[in-house]
Design a protein around this ligand. Structure first.
Ligand SMILES: [Cu+2]
Length: 110
């Protein structure tokens, strides 16, 4: 009984730890995991050249393509992109450059 329970617990723990890398999970879970590890930073960029509803898709894909970027939330109405990233893996400059290379210069706020 008890060994089976331990094996099941380990399996669930392994599956849970692998999930962020292999399956889409709600971003809230990703954020809470990242905060626990203290390896995340959030930056908001002004992206004034977004002119239509498809622009945020391009901006989001460009920024998400940067290794270390965990999530991108683009607000078309506000012309902003909020990026959660691992500062050990990438930089605000690299994320802004990726957006600029896709045709949308992004200037970090603050
Ligand atoms: Cu557009």
């Amino acid at each position: 009984m008890k060994p089976n329970f331990i094996i099941a617990t380990v399996f669930i723990a392994l599956a849970a730890s692998a999930m962020p890398f292999f399956a889409p999970v709600p971003s809230q879970i990703l954020i809470s995991v990242a905060q626990a590890a203290e390896t995340e930073q959030t930056a908001t960029f002004d992206v004034p050249s977004m002119t239509c509803a498809l622009c945020p898709v391009t901006v989001g894909k460009a920024m998400e393509g940067v290794a270390g970027v965990k999530s991108v939330t683009v607000d078309f109405d506000a012309r902003t992109a909020t990026v959660v990233f691992d500062p050990a893996m990438t930089t605000i400059e690299a994320i802004g450059t990726a957006s600029a290379n896709a045709g949308y210069p992004a200037v970090v706020r603050g």
